[in-house]
Design a protein. Sequence first.
Length: 73
Amino acid sequence: MARGGAKVKAALEVRPIAGHTAGMPPDNSANAPTREQRLAAKLRENLHRRKAQARAGDAAPEPSTLPETGPKN
């Protein structure tokens, strides 16, 4: 029985498929940015957006600084 058991274990042994690991996505890590790089990119986008909003706000004067155009009494 010991001999048959060794054959069964060898037959049931799990071998990974070439270039593939079970439960994990394909290895694209060479092209994929790291977490730190993704966060830095998002911060840059946010900064550009906030600067654009600030410039747009600076272009329109505050209503309190506009000259009055109503009738003068």
